[in-house]
Design a protein around this ligand. Structure first.
Ligand code: HMG
Ligand code: MG
Length: 291
């Protein structure tokens, strides 16, 4: 029995599928989510209650959230930008919410049409609804290393936004390398800055893998005490408002990395790899950019 464990958050059904050009039917999404839960993933971000005009791929959010239902051993969460999204997500049965802002003003504007301060003001009513429903809220800080519009982001800028989200009442902060061009050294500097404002137990790592460094970045963050990491099955993903971002770190690589270290994730790697193989075949039949 491993004496240490990490928690893997599967974000493929949201961060992965939000970026796919191929049309994905609600039933196909629900089948994928059920398989991921069967493989032992205890936290799955199922969909995003964002504007369907901004991200049409998530337009079936209500049907997806209602469709996943409840099952023991897995918490199904929804990404929400504002009160409207939070109300709808909770009404459809979301067991956890995730709000999102950025450490870069330009990205925040492009992604949510508001400043960082305005985005945080929009989260106040979200927090009140979550508290009433007794569901936890994660807060994403995008562009924690680089911004597609502003370049490198100072670690302190990330720490300040993380602290604001914690002060608002978020239960966890997902430090997010949206562009996926981070290196372990820069990741460590950013995580160290965040750790001056928040305990490691409240921080998570969300890495895209554009430069193939995401596992090394996870390792750097793990060395500093982080124990929650995001993955997207098959490495699907990107962000429609971060033009250069490739896929997320593949969940199966994340699980394999910790398995090799003898660290428990609770995920059945063989089952997950079989799902990943099918996902890659479906979305990247010619090999594509998935690692
Ligand atoms: P806006 O146009 O400024 O909003 O968009 P608005 O308040 O003026 O409303 C415009 C329309 O959107 C209205 O509808 C609203 O009802 C509707 P209309 O009257 O025109 O028909 N609306 C909504 N509809 C559904 N759900 C809602 C909602 N709110 C308003 N919640 C808004 C502002 C935030 C809505 C928009 O910018 C948006 O939806 N942005 C989402 C962008 C997005 O989803 N990006 C990808 C996810 S973030 C990410 O991938 C990064 C992450 O993975 C971490 C990382 O890697 O960095 C999390
Ligand atoms: Mg992301």
């Amino acid at each position: 029995m491993a004496d240490e464990s990490v928690v893997i958050v599967e974000v493929g059904p949201r961060d992965g599928l939000q970026n796919e050009k191929a049309e994905v039917a609600t039933q196909e999404k629900l089948a994928l989510i059920a398989e991921l839960a069967d493989a032992g993933l205890a936290r799955i971000e199922a969909t995003a209650f964002v504007s369907p005009r901004w991200v049409p791929q998530m337009g079936d959010h209500e049907a997806v959230m209602r469709g996943v239902g409840r099952r023991s051993g897995t918490v199904f969460s929804a990404l929400v930008p504002n009160e409207k999204g939070a109300e709808a997500a909770l009404a459809a049965g979301a067991q956890a919410l995730a709000v999102f802002t950025a450490a870069s003003e330009s990205f925040c504007q492009k992604n949510t049409n508001c400043s960082i301060a305005e985005s945080i003001a929009r989260f106040r009513p979200v927090m009140a609804l979550a508290e009433r429903a007794n569901v936890p809220v994660r807060g994403y800080v995008s562009c924690a290393l680089d911004c597609p519009y502003e370049g490198a982001i100072a670690p302190e800028a990330v720490a300040v936004v993380a602290a604001e989200l914690l002060a608002l009442g978020c239960d966890e902060i997902a430090l997010s390398d949206t562009l996926g061009r981070g290196t372990p050294g820069r990741t460590a500097a950013m995580v160290e800055a965040a750790l001056r404002r928040a305990p490691a137990a409240m921080l998570a790592g969300h890495f895209h893998d554009t430069s193939g460094q995401a596992i090394a970045n996870v390792e750097a963050a793990w060395q500093l005490g982080l124990r929650v990491f995001d993955g997207s099955v098959g490495g699907l993903g990107g962000c429609p408002y971060a033009p250069d971002a490739a896929g997320n770190l593949a969940t199966e690589r994340l699980v394999a990395h910790f398995a090799a270290k003898g660290i428990e994730t609770g995920v059945d790697l063989a089952r997950l790899s079989a799902i990943a193989e099918r996902v890659v075949g479906r979305f990247r039949p010619a090999g594509g950019t998935l690692r």
